[in-house]
Design a binder for this molecule. Sequence first.
Ligand SMILES: [Zn+2]
Length: 394
Amino acid sequence: MLSLSSTASKFTSKSHLSPKPTMVKPDPPLDIWKSPRYLNETFDVRVDPEQITDFVNDIEALGLKANHWITDVQKLIDEISTGRDRRATFSIGAFNDHASINAYLDSLASANPHVTVHTMGNSYEGRAIKYVKISNNLGVNKKAIYADGGIHAREWLAVTTVLYFIDQIANNPSRDRTIDALLGKFDFYFAPVVNPDGYEYSRSHDRMWRKNRRPVISGCHGVDLNRNFAYHWNPDNGGSRNPCEEVHAGTHATSEIETKHLQNFLCSHSNLIAYLNVHTYGQYWIYPWGYTPILPADYRDLDHLGRSAATAIRHTHGRTFTVGEDTRVLYAAAGGADDYAKGACGVKYSYTVELRDTGLHGFVAPTSYIIPAGEETFAGFKAFATELVHYEHL
Ligand SMILES: [Zn+2]
């Protein structure tokens, strides 16, 4: 594990502060965890310990307030690592390695007649990007819902949550009739780890890794896959042309093999009606566009169904998820998977879902979050899919 000891802090934005604090240029670049959209909103940033004093002085000289939110990110990582199951046996309640996850998908498919396992293609380093299809194999021309996790390597809770969905729908452990009803209406596709190289690197070397692992220039690896999709791709809109930055958008759209596989998947399944691109953190259920604040013509439909999900989530463990357009609720970012699914492939109900929490643990979700995050998000998913049946008269 690289030395990551650093402080995650919250700052309050002011009118003269751009969302990215470009007035402070430490080396390496700042790791922005969460950007503000509105006046007096906070932003979260991870700062290396040797830079924290200068950084806070600069921030306070601008009249902004800084709070240390996570005093030592490495300490938090170490505490959580201690609780990690290192035996590489798969569990729905654990942060599993990629090989164990793929083995689980294979075993599920061989044991369950409703599940088949497929591969989108291989990652840059040769790992299979697998997905499952769950179908009761009855009916023709059913609409399909697809969800994926782990496009950002460090967002482990997105991976566990998609696995939770798979377990619930394939095994239905609580004999939930809603799941049977939904299987009568939809086929489901789930890909728990769409950036497996980054995910494994995040497990073995750098817990805070975000991008894929392709060497771009000497000393700097990786492209932010969620800035690399070929719909209004623009590195100057929420991304970066600098390969050393966390949000490097690539040298051109679809420069990355993982992006290519995902794009092919999304556009080749013409029955897809809904897509959830699952991330952490911030508690948002948001929809396109990410590249522009102009709302899609059918935004009321997306908003309505997003609110169904958020209500069910709140009723599960009390957490509030914000619903709205990507750019208005979170920040502008071109080249995202949700924009591509809707804009290029016509997947009408396309969302980015940012799971819990709102900054207490940030990207370093503890093991104790895995099951409750699965429960609340799956409650949202069921409510969303059920309302989709009614709303679209499926
Ligand atoms: Zn993310």
